[in-house]
Design a protein around this ligand. Structure first.
Ligand code: A3P
Length: 291
């Protein structure tokens, strides 16, 4: 695929999307969740792959599957539809594991209703807007399945306007946060907390899921999900995806809190903070931009 073939964003029911996430809409909305499914929901670049790898190791351990199947095959990306044979719903339907771990970036209002009807557990990961923006910028630079990133200042403006695939970060984190008030089976996590103390966050995740791993199992999960270990692991680092150009930026890029400081100018930071205050004024979520 050359640069010209990158998908274009368009307005889809009030949210910016690209065709690879809307082409399968009818099947997606009719998707049949099972009561033991675990939905991993995030805004893009908030730590989806990290929590997916943690959950996969917690449930299934270091098995042949882990060593031979890339993460996107172990944890299907529900709304992704490139060809009829490369479709998240189809992949999920044929997944042999139980429970099924299923990934989505959908804003909460787009989630197929069977997940709520079946009372499925949901793990949501949120990341502070500044680092999330930086990570998304580098992702769009390197991933030909995304619209072009443009230059940094342009991306910065578009992010604040919410012109990103899957819509505004602000609506996403708040929408899922509000859903949690009426649907308690959402475990709402923060990337910054995971960086601060991964072991503590895994313990909290286990309480939510009703899992009690042994000390040895926990050590194995912690070891297998450290940034450096995932960066080296071809089954977790997306190096098998041809559309991603790691010479531009690797998928496992930095894995830090606070990299925004290397990107935001002082003027951008002031502008961002002012705008953020307005957009988040009715929200009770507290994000940390450093740990
Ligand atoms: P950076 O671009 O800031 O490095 P997603 O999986 O939702 O696409 O998120 C990708 C981001 O999570 C990237 O952020 C990536 O480096 C980071 N990440 C992935 N695995 C991680 C890990 N084990 N520890 C810390 N960060 C991780």
């Amino acid at each position: 695929m050359d640069a010209l073939a990158r998908p274009e964003m368009f307005d889809f029911q009030g949210v910016s999307m690209t065709n690879i996430f809307t082409d399968n809409w009818e099947n997606l909305q009719k998707f049949q969740a099972r009561p033991d499914d675990i939905l991993i929901a995030t805004y893009p670049k908030a730590g989806t792959t990290w929590v997916s790898q943690i959950l996969d190791l917690l449930w299934f351990g270091q098995t042949e599957r882990q060593k031979t199947l890339p993460i996107h095959e172990r944890v299907p990306f529900l709304e992704l539809h490139i060809l009829p044979d490369m479709s998240g719903t189809k992949q999920a339907d044929t997944l042999p594991t139980s429970p099924r771990l299923i990934k989505t970036h959908l804003p909460v209002q787009f989630v197929p209703k069977s997940f709520w009807e079946q009372n499925c557990r949901v793990v949501y990961v949120a990341r502070n807007a500044k680092d999330n923006m930086v990570s998304y910028f580098h992702f769009n630079r390197m991933n030909k399945l995304q619209p072009p990133a443009g230059d940094w200042d342009d991306f910065f403006q578009q992010f604040m306007k919410g012109k990103m695939v899957f819509g505004p970060w602000y609506d996403h984190v708040n929408g899922w946060w509000k859903k949690k008030q009426t649907y308690p089976k959402i475990h709402y996590m923060f990337y910054e907390d995971m960086i601060e103390d991964t072991g503590r966050e895994i313990d909290n995740l286990c309480s939510f899921l009703g899992l009690s791993p042994s000390a040895e199992e926990k050590k194995m999960v912690l070891g297998g999900t450290q940034f450096d270990s995932m960066k080296k692991n071809q089954m977790a680092n997306y190096s098998t995806i041809a559309e991603m150009d790691f010479t531009i930026s690797p998928f496992m890029r930095k894995g830090k809190v606070g990299d925004w400081k290397n990107h935001f100018t002082v003027a951008q930071n002031e502008k961002f903070d002012e705008d953020y205050k307005q957009k988040m004024k009715d929200s009770t979520i507290q994000f940390r931009t450093e740990v």
